[in-house]
Design a protein around this ligand. Sequence first.
Ligand SMILES: Cc1ncc(COP(=O)(O)O)c(C=O)c1O
Length: 394
Amino acid sequence: MKYTEKRFETAAIHHGYCTKEHLGSLAVPIFQTSTFTFDTAEQGEARFAGQEEGFIYSRLANPTVRALEEKMAYLEEGEAALAFSSGMAAVSAVLVALTKANDHMICSQGVYGCTFGLLQLMKQKYEIDHDFCPMETEEQIRQLIRPETVCIYVETPINPTMKLIDLEMVVKVAKEHGITVVVDNTFCSPYLQRPLLFGCDVVIHSATKYIGGHGDVIAGIAVGTKELMAEIAKTTQKDIGGVLSPFDAWLLLRGVKTLAVRMDRHCDNAEKIVERLKQHPAVANVYYPNAPDHCSYSIYKKQMKRGGGLISFEVKGTKEEAQRLLNGLRLIHIAVSLGDTETLIQHPATMTHAVVPEKARMEMGISDSLLRLSVGLEAWEDIWSDLEQALNQL
Ligand SMILES: Cc1ncc(COP(=O)(O)O)c(C=O)c1O
């Protein structure tokens, strides 16, 4: 932890906003405007030339969105952040900015489905190639590096198997070759893991998840150096245009104030559910990073603060038993998002990973009986009693 001015919990509430500059308004005002007026023609000219600070047009920058960006940069311990209209807008703006035709990327084996789709699209349309890599050893990564490799793209924990990738190890190899490391930190939020502290270059979030935290907004964030964020702001963000609306920025500012409190509760609840799932006779395997029997436990100890709110588990049986469990639930919702106040459960083989060919899916460890649970903020006893009664019916 390096925070210089304020601790995480305090910065999540106060950083990047001054009430005195806004008539004492405690909450950040929503600047619901498309454009900003100039006092004179000369002022407009100076703003466009970058000679004068100030707002021009909300696709380029907006004060409500700016407050969110400043807070997120601080929480991730980065120099600058950009906010986007979705996690995928952030992923695509970053990857398109970092690459050109004939470049190559190395990606963790198991990336979010639409990121997988984007990688295919970049390959087919722009000849930007990629390889997937388990990233368990330096050697596995080194073998895939080519002179054209410009980016290593990592998701950790990997969805939905919850395996972890050692960020320090990835950075070590990447730096030997001047390769940029991008990490999708959606599953952890900066409260549980801060990849920039391990030397990674860019952090991305689907802010739709833990950052927003209430299941009512679609948004994305990218954090990195001032130089790279400025480059993205004036190219793939401005010209492709997937910017965040002021109201959605306000929802995220509201959500992020309670991020630390929510994350601890997600983790407390998840730990309780993991213990009980492991003992239930209808459950075959449970995958959660903060468990000494987890395959990535040593990496967990090094780079995550706590285990997070996501648990994957296999029921004994196959797809039929997995679906019967979902259909037997009364409180927990069947839905594919995560990080919300409500506990959500999904069946990766037929939902988030349905597009992945069966062989590749099996290699990724996604069996037909695997379920992913996003543990919410309800009383853990109620979450467990719902799961237990559904498991007892199998
Ligand atoms: C790990 C991860 N990255 C990126 C995304 C894309 O985010 P969004 O749905 O906000 O575009 C998701 C969405 O589920 C995700 O889980």
